[in-house]
Design a protein around this ligand. Structure first.
Ligand code: C2O
Ligand code: CU
Length: 482
């Protein structure tokens, strides 16, 4: 396919009223209740700043990306691999029985090209979730929204807007990883059992030529930051009602970029994190780490107009985003905030969150210390001093209340994600709170966060950093029922 020239692209976009040259990211409903949705992992072409990019996607027949289901239904999905490489998809935020979680070899093997698999399990809890490859294919945008709506909210007069954020590079993810580890050896396939297997202690000194300066993937520039596959030069425009109520369902599907969500003059309130309701928190700037989701409810002003919602890359100047515009409003260019650099994410928002439905009060039956460590010289990331493949499982028993006491002893932040369960944040930097229920929690450098959960879903579950390159170079362990 020929690259679409920038001018052509803009001209055609203008001609058809901001329609995109690429299929928009739409969440379509699954067909009639009881029937099976089909999702195909396939390649697709995006226009990134006028240059064509071949990326991956999760597409329904008809071209819609993502899934929209209703709690109380069953999750009945057939996944087909239409790629020429092995793949598998993890349902991030759902609580599947062990065996249907989509992490390679835990325990399901990767699907070979042409293979398919039928998933079936009850879908109990509503929420904003997502799905993605649990391999380097995540960097190739093999990810999509997975929305589970609450039948009790069906009557709400509210417009829902789903936005998936990404970081994008024209380079192959293997090349990005090799740039970090300082080896030219490609990642050992997409086999999770190979992740971190090289120990990463290879030659790295000259890797970045920066004399010990800590560098991470974000210092090797991404080519673009995307909101529903579009950059801020050509943002998606959502038409909204003046004075209407809007629920933003935001998903950070970036592999290594955390964002501040900036709603500007629209303000709004955070009503759910990782699909779990919280006591509403008003604001206009909310943190969103990799893997996390955030639902914001806001009211559109009474006048006609257009308002940007921006995602600001933490600690940096790059921004992406989208526009809310009333039906009549002329759509203007989106101006970035103009600030020098957004702050790094911290825990002040997290510490103020309160779960709408906290875990029942109970003493922990078991505590596991989880020490996050690592080192950019050689790019190895560890949990309790060990990289994936060398680690000891965190053992738990069914019926226990478990607490994971995480401490970040490294210089980088880590969004820690547990599979098969949602936990509750019960302490932030030593202070006990009845914090949010979540599945992914942000740990800035030197922070300490304790999460609690009830062991009620037997299996061997991944627990890892959701920065893809940290995970791929060791920062993953399993929580194992014994
Ligand atoms: Cu979103 Cu282990 O993954
Ligand atoms: Cu990490």
């Amino acid at each position: 396919m020929n690259p679409i020239s920038r001018r052509q692209f803009l001209a055609s976009a203008a001609a058809c009223g901001l329609a995109s040259a690429v299929p928009p990211l739409i969440v379509s409903s699954a067909s009639a209740a009881g029937s099976r949705s089909l999702l195909r992992a396939e390649t697709r072409i995006l226009d990134i700043g006028g240059r064509a990019a071949t990326v991956l996607g999760l597409v329904q027949p008809g071209g819609a990306q993502g899934l929209s289901l209703t709690a109380g239904q069953d999750f009945q999905v057939r996944l087909e691999n239409a790629l020429d490489a092995p793949t598998l998809i993890h349902w991030h935020g759902l609580i599947p029985p062990f065996g249907q979680d989509g992490v390679p070899d835990l325990p399901q093997p990767l699907l070979k090209p042409g293979e398919g698999f039928d998933y079936a399990f009850p879908l109990d809890t509503p929420g904003t979730h997502w799905m993605h490859a649990h391999t380097l294919q995540e960097q190739q945008l093999l990810a999509a929204p997975l929305i589970v709506s609450d039948p009790e909210e069906a009557g709400l007069d509210e417009q829902e807007i789903v936005v998936l954020l990404h970081d994008f590079s024209f380079k192959a993810p293997e090349e990005l990883l090799a740039g970090l580890t300082g080896t030219s050896a490609p990642m050992p396939g997409h086999d999770m059992s190979g992740m971190g297997a090289n120990g990463g202690h290879g030659a790295s000194s000259g890797g970045h030529g920066s004399g010990g300066m800590a560098m991470d993937i974000n210092d090797i520039e991404y080519d673009a930051y995307l909101a529903n596959d579009r950059t801020l030069d050509d943002p998606e425009v959502f038409r909204v009602e003046a004075n209407g109520s809007v629920r933003l369902r935001l998903i950070n599907g970036a592999t290594a970029t955390a964002f501040w969500i900036d709603t500007g003059s629209l303000g709004g309130e955070a009503i759910a994190v990782d699909g779990n309701a919280v006591a509403p928190v008003r604001g206009s700037r909310f943190p969103l780490g990799m893997g996390q989701r955030l639902d914001i409810r806001l009211r559109v002003p009474k006048e006609e107009g257009a308002w940007p919602v921006l995602a600001l890359r933490e600690g940096a100047v790059q921004q992406t985003g989208f526009l809310l515009a009333t039906r009549q409003a002329a759509v203007r260019r989106v101006a970035p905030t103009g600030e020098a650099a957004a702050a790094p994410l911290d825990l002040s928002f997290e510490a103020g969150l309160r779960a709408a439905a906290p875990l029942p009060d109970r003493r922990a039956d078991r505590n596991h210390p989880v020490l996050l460590g690592g080192n950019m010289e050689g790019y190895v990331w560890t949990i309790n001093g060990k990289a994936w493949g060398e680690h000891q499982a965190l053992q738990i028993r069914e019926g226990e209340r478990v607490e994971l006491v995480m401490r970040n002893a490294s210089m980088m932040a880590h969004p820690m994600h547990l599979h098969g369960h949602h936990f509750q944040v019960v302490a932030v930097n030593g202070r006990r709170i009845g914090g949010a229920r979540r599945d992914t929690v942000w740990l800035p450098p030197q922070a300490e966060v304790t999460v609690a959960f009830d062991a009620s879903n037997p299996g061997t579950w991944a627990f890892h950093c959701h920065q893809l390159y940290h995970m791929a170079t060791g920062m993953m362990i399993v929580v194992e029922y014994v």
